[in-house]
Design a protein around this ligand. Structure first.
Ligand code: FMN
Length: 150
């Protein structure tokens, strides 16, 4: 059984887009290192206001990782949206994928009915997971395109 946990939190990373991207690269790089050690996979969606993250793996490892994340001062008010056990991972190839909301991925948001700002407080975890899966697919095809072009 794979344990899946979805939470949202308020982004308190300071600075403009550039500073935020630098901080996010750091967060993702540490996450990828720890998560590959702990058998955790998942996806992190973020904009200037929110983080929404899907964590999946062995239950104890997921809870341990979430406990560490929840104490991080780069965000606040971490709130679990859903926890469940599933048969298989949804993000098996991502020790932690990440997608910032940029104009480039706006189309994906629109396909999910998110024209305006994301408001995770009002969303169901299924909507987040479904958006994350499409952002993952978008990222995969973007990377493939880059490889073909080079
Ligand atoms: C939004 C957000 C998401 C994070 N996601 C992860 C994660 O998936 N895995 C992880 O190990 N750390 C994650 N972190 C970082 C942890 O809070 C913490 O800084 C890190 O796990 C400490 O690792 P270390 O003890 O190896 O230095 C995240 C932090 C933030 C702010």
């Amino acid at each position: 059984m794979i344990h899946q946990l979805v939470y949202y939190s308020r982004n308190t990373v300071p600075g403009g887009d550039r500073a935020m991207l630098t901080n996010m690269r750091e967060i993702l790089s540490v996450s990828q290192r720890n998560n590959s050690r702990d058998g955790i996979t998942g996806f992190l969606i973020f904009d200037k206001t929110w983080f929404v993250q899907v964590l999946e793996g062995e239950r104890a490892r997921v809870l341990e990782t979430y406990g560490r994340i929840a104490r991080d001062t780069r965000h606040s008010s971490a709130t679990i949206m859903n926890e469940c056990d599933t048969q298989a991972r949804l993000f098996p190839n991502w020790t932690m994928g990440g997608a910032m909301r940029t104009p480039e991925v706006q189309e994906v948001y629109l396909q999910h009915g998110f024209g305006g700002p994301l408001d995770p407080v009002r969303l169901k975890s299924e909507q987040i997971v479904s958006l994350a899966l499409d952002l993952q697919a978008y990222e995969v095809s973007r990377r493939q395109g880059q490889r073909l072009a080079s």
